[in-house]
Design a binder for this molecule. Structure first.
Ligand code: HEC
Ligand code: HEC
Length: 359
């Protein structure tokens, strides 16, 4: 008996190996295989975590999330993003790539629920009253979502995950009434979003809430998803003063505006352009607690641009140019409406400081 088993086992192994080889050849020949795991790592992991446990973005691997979120919801969310929030739109990905990412996320948990796009009938006015009472302290008075982004260790424990915007065009386009209803009814274990059936809301109450959330689709706030259309990536003025005098003026103006200079290297860095013309360059980094913490609390990635910088540049005997990155560009990068507002304020402050330098 024993002797017979061994060849049989070998045969099974051989067939398995052959099948695998065929599959590999097939994939190579078609060259259409899209690797969802790699795509996810490249496009999503930085925010949602390598295994979907969340980061700047909400967790995607939770059972209660995947149980009530269809593949269609995932795909649409990837395509349209959440305009005005941090979640980007990946409209440039191919359909096959989007589907591969969806399959990768789906591997983490329950299979897709059926896609049922039927209207849940309810009274939005009654839903609005319930929303004020039960939801607004997390999702915001106008369902605009919590300030800031995703999961952060610096947040209070009860706000570890930032409540998403529900009045958001990207969310409303992707989510069906059924999905919203299930999320309110059952909540998402492992997040601050609790089951409101367990908290005592009845079916009618939940239907009214769904109708209220859906009503935002017809009256989205005008600033939703507006990316500030800024003219130039750099704010720049020409100084009528010498390099040394310009630097002294900048120092005084920064101090007058409550900023601290973070470093003070001498202005001796030289750089040659293509025609071998030399420049004198100086970078002045500055900031204060509010100017740094404000933008950081809205999006931790603002750390890339902070502390703020003024660059002075002088070509041979030419005039001194004073330049700063235009903060309005950040709003185009980060897709966050709160950051848009702050960028506008920073832009006005920087402009005012620059015009004072050359006054
Ligand atoms: C720059 C950070 C960032 C990147 C990159 C990003 N996301 Fe998001 N994502 C977010 C944030 C933040 C939210 C929550 C939206 C809100 O706060 O309103 C979100 C929401 C989502 C949601 C909705 C989750 C829910 O609870 O309904 C899905 C699905 C999603 N992202 C998938 C992806 C996928 C897939 C990728 C890659 C193709 C991706 N995201 C890339 C930040 C990001
Ligand atoms: C304690 C804070 C809190 C309260 C109160 C709360 N939510 Fe949430 N809600 C959240 C968080 C956080 C999430 C994101 C969960 C996650 O990571 O998937 C969420 C997710 C949702 C989602 C899914 C959004 C998406 O992008 O997928 C809906 C819909 C929702 N909540 C509706 C409601 C409604 C309606 C109420 C009131 C009845 C409510 N929530 C009360 C914190 C809260």
């Amino acid at each position: 008996m024993k002797n017979l088993q061994r060849p049989a086992l070998l045969l099974v192994l051989l067939i398995a190996l052959l099948l695998q080889a065929c599959q590999t050849v097939g994939n190579r020949a078609g060259e259409t295989r899209v690797d969802g795991a790699t795509l996810y790592t490249n496009h999503c992991a930085a925010c949602h975590g390598v295994r979907g446990w969340g980061g700047v973005g909400v967790p995607l691997a939770l059972a209660d999330f995947l149980k009530y979120s269809s593949d269609e919801y995932l795909a649409m969310t990837i395509r349209v993003g959440r305009p005005g929030r941090v979640m980007p739109s990946f409209s440039y990905l191919k359909e096959s790539e989007v589907q591969a990412i969806v399959r990768h996320i789906r591997d983490w948990g329950p299979k897709s629920p059926p896609y049922i796009d039927k209207v849940v009938a309810g009274d939005p006015a009654k839903g609005g009253l319930l929303f004020d009472e039960y939801c607004a302290h997390c999702h915001g008075k106008e369902a605009e979502g919590g300030a800031g982004t995703g999961v952060s260790f610096s947040r209070p424990r009860h706000m570890m995950i930032i409540p998403p915007a529900l009045n958001n065009s990207g969310f409303l386009l992707s989510a069906t009434d059924e999905m919203i209803k299930h999320t309110i009814t059952f909540g998402r274990a492992g997040t601050p979003m609790k089951s409101f059936r367990r908290k005592g809301l009845r079916r009618d109450d939940i239907n009214n809430l769904v109708a209220y959330i859906r009503s935002f689709q017809r009256q989205l706030p005008p600033e939703a998803g507006v990316i500030i259309d800024s003219t130039s990536p750099v704010l720049s003025v020409e100084s009528p003063y010498s390099m040394d005098v310009t630097i002294e003026r900048i120092k005084r103006i920064l101090a007058d505006n409550g900023h601290v200079m973070i470093d003070d290297w001498p202005a001796d860095r030289k750089m040659a352009d293509r025609d071998q013309v030399f420049f004198v360059i100086k970078d002045i980094y500055f900031g204060n607690l509010d100017a740094i913490n404000g933008p950081l609390s809205l999006d931790p990635r603002m750390g890339l641009f902070l502390p703020a910088r003024i660059t002075l540049m002088q070509q041979m005997e030419g005039k001194v140019k004073v330049m700063m990155p235009n903060p309005e560009q950040y709003s185009a990068i980060f897709n966050n409406s709160s950051l848009n507002k702050m960028s506008r304020i920073m832009y006005e402050q920087y402009q005012a400081m620059l015009s004072e330098v050359v006054k």
